[in-house]
Ligand binder design. Structure first.
Ligand code: MD3
Ligand code: FE
Length: 201
């Protein structure tokens, strides 16, 4: 199988974060989760997502019966905590952009969690890339093209990998099919954290 990072606009840095950097980032994300707890979001259609989510930054992505949107507050009614410096450093190093992201979405996958194929299109400006950082158990990532019916390719994302989606890949359909439980010792109870950094506009 061809690897997804050969798709135009997708760049993968396998193992960009070494183990100590991953551990430091997990500690920073634990502080984010302490201030803004993970929630099990509900789609506008009323289905509970298997991934649990929170966010850091000026805006967080939320979903409930009212719809999908970026919101300046956590559903509990507090501002989102700032994006940790360790996370911003990855964005600055790999995008080279002067503009910092507005949102660091934090997705937690426990055993059995998945994310169906979707496009990220709630942002106001698709000229900025989306950057993703994987921590913990390995996950089978699937990416297609800008049409839902386009063929897809799969690649395992491992702890410390960083993926950047820009240009033609920015509006590509993508999702997480499954985890490989027990494949990482980073999170003592297992599971996977994914951080996605976005400019919302
Ligand atoms: C390709 N998260 O939060 S990250 C999401 O691993 C999301 O939690 C997945 O899809 C996860 O929306 C995949 C990789 C990713 C993120 C954003 C993208 C791939 C993307 C935006 C456009 C195309
Ligand atoms: Fe996405």
């Amino acid at each position: 199988m061809e690897s997804a990072y050969e798709i135009k606009g997708v760049r993968l840095w396998p193992g960009w974060l070494d183990r100590p950097a991953q551990e430091a980032m997990v500690a920073d994300i634990r502080a984010v989760v302490a201030a803004a707890p993970l929630v099990a979001p509900v789609t506008p259609g009323g289905r509970q997502m298997s991934v649990r989510m929170t966010a850091a930054g000026r805006l967080g992505w939320v979903t409930d019966r009212k719809g999908y949107r970026y919101d300046p507050q956590h559903p509990q009614g507090t501002d989102w905590p700032p994006i940790p410096a360790s996370v911003l450093a990855v964005w600055r190093a790999l995008t080279g952009l002067a503009r910092d992201p507005d949102c660091c979405l934090v997705n937690f996958y426990g055993e059995g969690a998945r994310m169906g194929l979707h496009q990220d299109r709630d942002e106001g400006d698709f000229s900025f890339p989306v950057l993703s950082i994987s921590l913990g158990d390995e996950a089978l990532f699937r990416i297609g093209g800008v049409e839902r019916s386009d063929p897809t390719q799969s690649v395992w994302l491992r702890s410390g990998d960083v993926l950047l989606m820009g240009g033609p890949a920015r509006l590509a359909w993508h999702g997480i099919d499954r985890l490989r439980p027990g494949s990482s010792t980073l999170l003592p109870k297992g599971g996977r954290l994914n951080l996605t950094l976005r400019v919302v506009a």
